[in-house]
Design a protein around this ligand. Structure first.
Ligand SMILES: Nc1ncnc2c1ncn2[C@@H]1O[C@H](COP(=O)(O)OP(=O)(O)OP(=O)(O)O)[C@@H](O)[C@H]1O
Length: 266
């Protein structure tokens, strides 16, 4: 559950791509504070800047202006060793699980590499135990899959495998970019439930990036609504959905009529 400690804080972040007439301000003076164990959804239409903001948080893009503090200190990513240290704490899962795996490695090696990343010296038996435990957490059978390559798995199995890796790595911050877009409704709620369980067990902070305001309401403590690079509204999920202040938030909610009927929010 959401704690009081701020894990990561952004102040007046801006990211501009291109120059002159080709300039795009993808993220425009955005500030945020995400707490340990908090689930935040960043919601907005295509092109509103969600992925760019996620990449700034991950340190994959350099901000044009503004600062990020991680665990109360200015984040430094200049040196290779700084980046390695930071990335040990942060993991991401993407829309397309296919792109997340080295297709030439078998499932066994993909999981083993995560265990090795942790830097613990473990016996072969303990390594195997951890890999089996991670697979059973996501309802996959290690014995049936360990010899397969990612391209031999279904989309749903790949997505589960991504979560098995998160289970092993237990990062402090997980960024999930539309993680359920490739699966059916049933697998979708299973995947969300697994992520919520991981948060309970590890006190992980999760940032969901989504177009789907209904999904965001279902999983999040806090919503950030983005429009054209700006955060136009933020707050506790219930407050934002039940009492939206910004016209853009109202429009997003009215585009999803089921949000009122399914969760009986009227
Ligand atoms: N590398 C880049 N170079 C130039 N412009 C970019 C780059 N990456 C993103 N943009 C632009 O920045 C804006 C925000 O893009 P971004 O991908 O962050 O939006 P998004 O909300 O994640 O969209 P989607 O939901 O479609 O993934 C868009 O106008 C996009 O064209």
């Amino acid at each position: 559950m959401k704690g009081n400690n701020v894990l990561i804080e952004g102040k007046n972040l801006t990211k501009v791509f291109g120059f002159g007439g080709n300039k795009t301000t993808a993220v425009d003076n955005v500030s945020f504070a995400f707490h340990e164990g908090e689930i935040i959804s960043i919601v907005g239409e295509s092109g509103s800047g969600k992925t760019t903001l996620a990449k700034l948080i991950m340190g994959l893009l350099k901000e044009s202006a503004g600062t990020i503090e991680y665990m109360g200190k200015p984040r430094r990513l200049k040196r290779h060793s700084d980046r390695r240290k930071y990335w040990k704490h942060i993991q991401a899962i993407f829309q397309d699980p296919f792109s997340s795996f080295n297709q030439f490695y078998r499932v066994e090696k993909l999981l083993l590499d995560c265990i090795k990343l942790q830097g613990e010296k473990l016996t072969k038996e303990e390594q195997l135990r951890r890999m089996k435990e991670a697979c059973s957490f996501v309802n996959l059978k290690y014995e049936e899959l360990h010899n397969k390559y990612p391209f031999e798995l279904s989309g749903g199995q790949m997505q589960r495998l991504m979560i098995a890796r998160i289970f092993i790595l237990h990062p402090k911050l997980l960024i999930a970019d539309e993680p359920t877009s490739m699966v059916d409704a049933c697998s979708r709620s299973t995947i969300l439930d697994m992520l919520l369980k991981l948060r309970e067990e590890n006190n992980m902070t999760i940032i969901f990036i989504t177009h789907d305001v209904g999904l965001a309401y279902y999983v999040s403590d806090t919503l950030y609504i983005m429009e054209q690079g700006k955060v136009v509204e933020k707050g506790p999920a219930e407050e934002v959905i039940l009492n939206p202040k910004h016209p853009y938030t109202r429009q997003l909610i009215s585009d999803v009529p089921k949000i009122h009927s399914e969760w009986d929010l009227a």
